[in-house]
Design a protein around this ligand. Sequence first.
Ligand SMILES: [Zn+2]
Length: 390
Amino acid sequence: MRKKNLSLPDGYRQQQRAIKVRIYPNDEQTVLLNKTFGCVRFVWNQMLSFEQEIYAAADTHFVPTPATFKEEYTFLKEVDSLALANAQINLNAAFSSFFKDKSKYPNFKSKKSAPKSYTTNCQTPKNGGNPTIEVFEHEVKLPKVGVVKATIHRKPMPGWALKGATVSQSASGKYYCSLLYEYAEPIPEEVLPKWHTTIGLDYSSPDFYVDDKGNSPMRERYFRISEEKLAKEQRKLSKMEYDSNNYKQQKLKVSKIHEHIANQRKDFCHKESRRIANSCSAVCVEDINLRDLSRSLKLGKSTLDNGFGMFRNFLEYKLRDQGKHLIVIDKWFPSSKTCNRCGYINKDLKLSDRIWICPCCGELVMRDANAGLNIKEDGYNSFYGVITTK
Ligand SMILES: [Zn+2]
């Protein structure tokens, strides 16, 4: 949650950025971290069931504080109390978005599927003294846990203030700490979209995206290599006896490849969004939820799981940093089926049709570039308040 900082000078805005570092807890610290993950999950479930009881009895929504449970469950006192307080904030946020946007009702967290993570805040004692979270050359200090060994590749810029940390454990067992910083930066001058440097991106399952000129990003070959390796190891896993020692070892191997692919993907998304944000005046994309919905209705499953959402988020903040716009088309329109030249809608277009001839105007339509061009045109026009008519 972002609080409005009243001390910000004119022409400045508050920004947040996270730096994620790998941490290497010792045995004792590992026990405490795991205990904290468990307590956060436990207290979430307690608060949720309490809320449900109150709701059933008195028709009132109320989430109790974690302190409510500390007398009965004394083990909650052993872990970072801010981690528990953040669980309450998260549960309240989940309820707000459930009430407001009709999004998913908050679920109970199971030991197996719940993400192993907790968030804590950095507090500086009013009477002086050291803040509760500190970052050193090769270590991070966390509340209750103490000083943990860490690999720190990136340092915060001067003027960044440490606000909090999210500690997590990946499926392959590695521990991470994501350090959240806040800083003020001058609001960049707005860059208005210019037609020639605005691009339209159409989401594409095999190619990631296709732009209005029909270009797709170069996806590195190592992606494919990792994915082949993953398929091979997953086949091996499927032949093993469930829960046997071999199975557990193989599962860990599979998790490691998954993580490796996720890292490659993130890296790719960063580089590609940086390249586009620097070279364009504006970017137009479709509303992902609408797109996802329309696709999943057709294909029976979500197709946006290859990092396009992450890419869009990166793109958005990288553009915003430069005063540029990510223009989201907020209506659904058949971008692939509409001829960009005359507006004819080709209802019979199949997924396999890469090129078609418009029966209305005779245009040779290149499917992919056509969709990107429609998105670009609609986004560009809507930015300037022009209604696209054909
Ligand atoms: Zn046409």
